[in-house]
Structures are given as structure tokens and as C-alpha cells.
Design a protein around this ligand. Structure first.
Ligand SMILES: Cc1cc2nc3c(=O)[nH]c(=O)nc-3n(C[C@H](O)[C@H](O)[C@H](O)COP(=O)(O)OP(=O)(O)OC[C@H]3O[C@@H](n4cnc5c(N)ncnc54)[C@H](O)[C@@H]3O)c2cc1C
Length: 381
């Protein structure tokens, strides 16, 4: 007879829920601690690619996800309102949706797998022997502790994992608004308003609207401006400014002006290590990245899933070594995605279009079901 192994996870975000579900489906007893009173995600919409869709498929949750998400016909890029590319994204799946829908899908999968998700439960520390400490001072013991607690990770910091942080010069405010397709068509009848459209503007100032249909009714728009541009980064948004640059988006910008939001400056964090003894960090706690390639959550889910797999096949005595091996094999792919995303953010070269080609697709194509996937590790570096 084997005793059931136990995992304690800090953070009920995308990474925490995926790791929890994958472990519970393998027979582990799993508790996820969320510091907030409400189980929900920040932000508005999200784009997922083949790599994370494979993870959700492996968890058995793809039908739920597909029930209220879509694949737009093209990923179009405009520069100063001239269309520079319309990419059909061939060869791998991609999907747009609201964050609430993705979160609900993962939370349901976790609960169905028997995961206990505890709200109002703030983790303050972890130690390598498998002890987790909560806000009130109480402690619990586990075979595995996962820090999936985002950019401000308490698990990471209490373990003394050191890291560098590179902040981007631009930031984004995200909104979920009604589609208003008929009104947009009236303004621009020739535009395919089901496309993702990345509207870049460089003259007279740098402003960008990423237009992402999330389903039949809801539109995700992300408004990007340099942090140094006080008017561009103001929330509520400066409606006159944004409509003067993007007049064809006036109906949805008006909705955005009446929707609460937060200007969010993004960052790249690189840790000296992701694991120590019985503790691993994953997701933004380990590898926050600029959203240029829309892969932060994708990498978080891939790494959370492969972490669970690696922990499960190791015996208790082998666990620390198995976590180190997991980091060694998986990390180079995430490192390269971080580098590319940072480069795109630094150069703003996504405004040139045609970005879903060649090595930029390495992350999207990463296949957790392919046992030979590590053979190429390092070759793109
Ligand atoms: C503008 C923008 C657009 C993006 N677009 C995309 C996209 O299209 N596609 C994509 O793949 N990625 C995208 N990302 C990245 C993605 O949002 C993140 O990488 C992803 O949400 C990280 O998930 P996570 O679970 O690691 O962390 P989080 O989502 O931050 O979750 C961490 C959770 O832990 C909880 N927590 C924190 N501290 C504690 C504690 N001490 N105790 C207990 N709980 C705690 C938090 O409350 C939170 O619920 C985008 C990011 C930005 C900023």
C-alpha cells in the first residue's frame, strides 16, 4: 500500500490551478491557497496558443474552454492605420476568450479532480523540508510545495531565490466591453471585425490598441502607451485623445472610458533558481514576461503541468533531484520566450507585422505530449 502524497500550493491563478489539477488527477491530495477572498482573475481577455491548449486538453477541460471562446480568422497588424499583415496562424491552434471564462474552466477542472481551493488563505513562507506557513502563523507539512503566487511571490522570497527585474517602458490598460460589431461596421465596412487587430500608432505619438474579440458578445481591448505619456496612460482613459488617433474604434473606446481599469506596467523577472529541495516556483512567480507574444499564462500552464508530471513520477527520496531536472529541461524554452517577448517590447517591432513566423512560434508549438520535446533544448539559444 502507498500513502497518498500531499501538495500545498500558494496561489489560485492559472499556474496554481493547473498544477493542482494535474497532481490531483494523479492521486495526490492537493490544497490551493488563495490570499484573496474571491476566487477570480484580474484582467479582461486572453489569447492562448497550441502549447497551453494541449495542457487544458490533457486536463480534460478543452470542451468547456471551447464552449465560450473563439478562433478569429486572422491576426491583423496595422501601422498608422495601414494594414501591414493579416496572418491566418496556420499549423497550430489559437483561441481568444475572457479571462473569467478561462479561470472558471480551470477552477471547475480543479474541483472535479478533488482539489481543495481555500480562499482568504495567505501564504507567508515555505521551507525546503516541505513546511508552509500561513498569515496567522499556522503551518502545514507537505511532500511538495509550489509557489504559484505571482510576481510578488511570498514562497519565492521566503526561500531566498534571488532575481532580477526588468521593467518595460510601456504599459497597458485592459477592458472587456460589448462587441458593437454593427456600429464598427458602419464606421469601417471593409474591416473584418472578427479578426484580432493590433492597431499600432507611432505618429504623432506611440499608442496602441490591441483589439481581441473574445466571443460573440464580448470584446477585449488593451490600450498601450509609454509610462512616460501621462495622458496616454491615464485611467479613466482620455477619450478625446484615444478617439482622435483611432476614430474607427470610437464606439468601443466610449465603453472603455466608462469601465474601471488599471494601467499595468509589465516586467521580466529572472530567478537564479526555480526549485530547492521540496519547493518549486512556477508561473509569474518564476518567470514573469512582457505580453508581446501573449505567452505568460501559456508558459505558466505548461510549466505547472510538467512540474506536476515530474513530481509524480519521482519517489519521495528522488523529489528534489526530479525538480532540478524539471527546471533544467523546461526552463530554456521559457527563458527564450522571455527574451523574445522583452525584445519585442523594447523595439516595438510588432508594429511591423508578420510576427508569427520562425523561432517566434517555438513556444506556441511546444508540445507537452511529445516525449522528445527536450531533444532540441538549447539549439535556438
Ligand atoms: C497586459 C497583459 C496581457 C497579457 N496577455 C496574455 C495573453 O494573451 N496570453 C498569455 O498567455 N498571457 C498573457 N499575459 C500574462 C499572464 O496574465 C500571466 O503570465 C499569468 O496570469 C500568470 O499566472 P500565474 O498563475 O503565474 O500568476 P497570477 O495570475 O498572478 O496568480 C497568482 C495568484 O496567487 C495569489 N497570491 C499571491 N500571493 C499570494 C500569497 N502570499 N498567498 C496566497 N495566494 C497568493 C494571487 O492573488 C493570484 O490569484 C498577459 C499579461 C499582461 C500584463
Amino acid at each position: 500500500m502507498t500513502t497518498q502524497r500531499r501538495a500545498e500550493i500558494s496561489g489560485a491563478g492559472f499556474a496554481g490551478l493547473v498544477a493542482a489539477t494535474a497532481l490531483a488527477q494523479r492521486g495526490w491530495s492537493v490544497r490551493v491557497h488563495e490570499k484573496n477572498a474571491e476566487l477570480r482573475t484580474e484582467g479582461a481577455g486572453i489569447v492562448l496558443w497550441e502549447n497551453s491548449l494541449k495542457v487544458i486538453e490533457a486536463l480534460g477541460a478543452l470542451p468547456d474552454l471551447f464552449a465560450n471562446s473563439m478562433t478569429p480568422p486572422f491576426y491583423e497588424t496595422r501601422s498608422n492605420n495601414v494594414s501591414v499583415s493579416a496572418e491566418p496562424i496556420e499549423g497550430f491552434r489559437w483561441r481568444t476568450m475572457t479571462r473569467a471564462h478561462l479561470y472558471g474552466t480551470l477552477l471547475t477542472a480543479a474541483r472535479e479532480a478533488g482539489v481543495e481551493v481555500v480562499a482568504n488563505s495567505k501564504v507567508t513562507a515555505a521551507t525546503g523540508d516541505g513546511t508552509i506557513t500561513f498569515d496567522g502563523g499556522e503551518q502545514a507539512q507537505a511532500d511538495l510545495i509550489i509557489g504559484a503566487d505571482g510576481v510578488g511571490s511570498a514562497v519565492r522570497d521566503s526561500m531566498g531565490f534571488s532575481f532580477s527585474r526588468e521593467r518595460s517602458r510601456d504599459g497597458i490598460t485592459r477592458f472587456l466591453v460589448p462587441r458593437r460589431k454593427a456600429e464598427l461596421l458602419e464606421l469601417e465596412p471593409d474591416t473584418e471585425w472578427d479578426n484580432v487587430i493590433d492597431f499600432w500608432n507611432s505618429e504623432p505619438r506611440t499608442l496602441r490598441v490591441l483589439y481581441v474579440p473574445a466571443n460573440d458578445d464580448e470584446l477585449y481591448i488593451a490600450l498601450m502607451s509609454p509610462a512616460a505619456d501621462a495622458d496616454g496612460s491615464r485611467v479613466p482613459i482620455d477619450l478625446d485623445l484615444w478617439t482622435s488617433i483611432f476614430p474607427q474604434l470610437a464606439p468601443v473606446l466610449r465603453d472603455a472610458a466608462n469601465t474601471p481599469g488599471r494601467y499595468y506596467g509589465y516586467q521580466t523577472t529572472r530567478l537564479d533558481r526555480w526549485t530547492s529541495d521540496r519547493v518549486a516556483v512556477v508561473g509569474d512567480a518564476a518567470h514573469a514576461m512582457c505580453p508581446a507574444l501573449a505567452q505568460g499564462a501559456g508558459c505558466a500552464m505548461v510549466n505547472a503541468y510538467t512540474l506536476a508530471e515530474a513530481a509524480d513520477v519521482a519517489s519521495s527520496a528522488e523529489l528534489a533531484g526530479a525538480l532540478e531536472t524539471w527546471e533544467r529541461l523546461e526552463r530554456p524554452f521559457t527563458d527564450r520566450c522571455q527574451d523574445r517577448s522583452q525584445r519585442f517590447a523594447d523595439t516595438r517591432s510588432m508594429a511591423l507585422g508578420n510576427q508569427f513566423v520562425g523561432e517566434n512560434n517555438e513556444t506556441s508549438l511546444y508540445d507537452i505530449t511529445d516525449s522528445h520535446r527536450h531533444d532540441l533544448a538549447g539549439q535556438h539559444a
